[in-house]
Write a protein that binds this ligand. Structure first.
Ligand code: WTA
Length: 649
């Protein structure tokens, strides 16, 4: 990431909002100013007014209860349903027959569901869940390919007040079992297989393996994605999606749920080996997701909006399902890889559906650059009017390429900073109001009080590095870590009491623009996906031949960060290429393919301080091939450093 930071520091280009946006945007400069002032002077009044955009069965008694900080309650006493907001309320409007989801499978099959059709499916599936004994508050695991059924499953849970925990299809059986157990999931919704770059991902087989270790799961619903009749169906436990749907009623009124009723748990990596179950509740989350989707993407009724994330990540939750559907948008959903069958698949989709707003990740943009301009240039991309970026800092080179080659120099880029924990976008330009600078997410949205501070919590001077924090609560903030409230308080609220610690480093420039540099904890950002170094380390030491392991990130042109592992072997085991391959496969099996190490380095000992802490900074320098300017006098054994360096030659 250091290369990015250097170029970010030199970046000085500014792109003012284009005339087309200024005249037609939802939030222009004056309106943005008004909203920011309003939020500063009447915080609760501001949020109450924004919450009017949702449908409430009963409007709240109190906007914010922060008396039990860091546990916030938003819109207390309010009654609401996320599924009702995404579906039912559109059915009495012209949106009833509007496409809600335009889906394209990787093999090229397609399906379009109007709001009315989506509502019908969700109601039936919700009744199916009830038939299988799922009740309000029960946890349901969703481990699905990127098909409309994933969204149907989520919305059906929300409809009856069941709490979903979506697990990305790239995670392993082990990871599914851990998450099932942590959430005490009662039911798993999966598919026979998923498609990825023409290969089959054996989802059901992974679930079968996971369920050997997940005693709380009673039933499994299996969507038949590939007419793959070969999957094993355990009698009494497993039921086909289509069988469940064949005789259920489509009449399923949405439950009136408390605003603070849990909507979902989403596991994300922290700085220990155990993923955190980030808990989001209903009213505040729905407000954050829908309002930011409307503001940041300047959404209009005739937009064709495509977010390329997977529903297994928070971006898929907030910006494929809950935000856009609450706004009655047409969402494009694509199942597979960007380079299948060829490197122009995304541009083919943009042209085919006349996509107007595209939201993707810097890692994908860097891959497109590598694949060559000829792929986008083959297609008519003139329908695009706005581009978004999320997941990691976007390097100015990638920003400029996105702007010029994809956006034809006319589309604003909204670089959106946020986290699984924040639920919704926090820092981003509003495209008709804020001039953009390549590499900066610009300014906090109205109502969000983010700042860059030093260790003591004092705001740092312009252009000095510091920690990104959020000083006031916000509606879509996480409520706790499921089953581990102490970790919630320790991780996010102990550095600065009453202030949310993001674990990102940042600086603010002389214009107040925030430049996020990346994580300051032991979390890697690999292709825009969060991964804890400890998670990979525990997977490695699980291997019978490994004594000790230290995992660090190394800058990588495509992935942002690559996974570099230093491994010491148990007595009697010799380093070899086949053992390296073995260890890589082992980590992929334990966590999932996204965690497969890029590099394994065998070493006799790991450099440690006198107190026994692994010197990560040193290892990072070695991994990046940098001559570290560090003070190594605390090294237990100078020889270790010399030996590791010599191995580099
Ligand atoms: C990083 C993804 C810079 C950051 C929505 C954050 C970013 C972590 C940006 C959260 C951005 C996300 N600029 N860094 N626009 N967006 N990040 O939970 O380090 O998967 O803390 O949420 O990604 O990752 P998560």
């Amino acid at each position: 990431m250091s290369a990015n930071i250097t170029s970010v520091l030199k970046e000085s280009r500014v792109f003012p909002p284009s005339n087309e946006f200024v005249g037609h945007t939802l939030v222009n400069e004056a309106e943005r100013h008004r909203l920011c002032e309003w939020a500063a002077s009447d915080f609760e009044g501001f949020w109450a007014a924004q919450a009017e955009s949702l449908h409430w069965f009963y409007k709240w008694d109190k906007v914010l209860d922060w008396s039990n900080a860091p546990h916030a309650k938003w819109f207390t006493g309010g009654l609401i349903n996320a599924s009702y907001n995404c579906l039912d309320r559109h059915l009495t409007t012209a949106r009833k027959n509007k496409a809600a989801i335009i889906w394209e499978g990787e093999p090229g099959d397609t399906k379009t569901l109007t709001y009315q059709q989506l509502h019908h499916q969700v109601c039936k599936f919700a009744n199916g869940l009830k038939q299988l004994g799922i009740q309000k508050g029960d946890r349901v695991t969703i481990y699905m390919p990127m098909t409309p059924e994933a969204a149907i499953a989520m919305l059906a849970c929300a409809r009856i007040g069941a709490v979903h925990s979506v697990i990305f299809g790239g995670f392993s059986a082990e990871a599914v079992a851990d998450r099932n157990n942590d959430a005490k999931a009662k039911l798993v919704i999966t598919a026979d297989i998923g498609w990825r770059r023409g290969n089959v991902i054996p989802l059901k087989q992974n679930v079968d393996a996971a369920l050997e270790k997940s005693p709380t799961v009673e039933k499994v619903i299996v969507f038949n994605r590939a007419r793959n009749t070969g999957v094993h169906m355990k009698p009494g436990r497993d039921i086909w999606w289509h069988d469940l749907m064949s005789d259920v009623s489509a009449n399923c009124p949405a439950e009136h749920l408390d605003s603070e009723h849990p909507l979902f748990i989403l596991y994300t990596s922290g700085s220990t080996g155990k993923p955190k179950g980030v808990l989001h509740t209903t009213g505040g989350y729905m407000l954050g997701a829908s309002l930011t989707h409307k503001w940041v993407f300047d959404i209009k009724d005739d937009d064709v909006y495509w977010c390329t994330a997977d529903v297994g990540w928070v971006t898929g939750h907030s910006y494929i399902v809950y935000g856009p559907l609450a706004n009655g948008s047409t969402v494009v959903m694509y199942e597979g890889a960007p380079n299948h069958p060829k490197e122009d698949r995304f541009w083919d989709i943009v042209e085919k559906y006349r996509v107007t707003v595209l939201y993707t990740a810097p890692t994908a943009i860097r891959a497109f650059i590598k694949w060559g301009d000829e792929h986008p240039k083959k297609h008519d991309l003139s329908s695009l009017r706005l581009l978004g970026s999320v997941g990691e800092p976007i390097n100015p080179e990638a920003w400029m390429w996105y702007h010029e080659v994809i956006g034809g120099g006319r589309c604003p880029i909204v670089d959106t900073w946020w986290q699984t924990e924040t639920g919704a976008i926090m820092i981003a330009p509003l495209p008709g109001a804020v001039p953009t600078k390549p590499g900066s997410a610009t300014k906090p949205l109205p109502g969000i009080f983010a700042e860059v501070v030093d260790k003591e919590g004092k705001v740092v001077p312009a252009n000095s590095g510091g920690f990104l924090v959020v000083k006031k609560p916000w509606p879509s903030m996480m409520r706790t870590i499921y089953g581990d409230d102490q970790r919630f308080k320790d991780t996010y609220w102990s550095n600065y009491p009453g202030i949310y610690f993001t674990a990102d480093g940042a600086r603010q420039d002389e214009d107040g623009y925030i430049w996020v540099m990346g994580r300051v904890d032991d979390v890697l950002n690999v292709s825009g996906h969060r991964l804890s170094t400890m998670e990979v380390e525990s997977a490695l030491v699980n291997h019978p031949k490994v004594a000790e392991a230290a995992v660090v990130g190394r800058p990588d042109d495509l992935k942002g960060e690559a996974i570099c592992c230093f491994v010491t072997l148990k007595q009697g085991n010799a380093p070899s290429d086949s053992l390296k391959a073995d260890l890589k496969a082992h980590v992929a099996k334990e966590i999932g393919a996204l965690a497969r190490p890029d590099e394994i380095k065998f070493t006799d000992t790991l450099p440690k301080t006198r107190s026994g802490k692994i010197m990560r900074r040193l290892l990072r320098d070695i991994a990046a091939n940098r001559e570290g300017a560090q003070d190594t006098t605390t090294l237990e054994d100078y020889g270790v450093l010399a030996k590791l360096r010599a191995d580099e030659e």
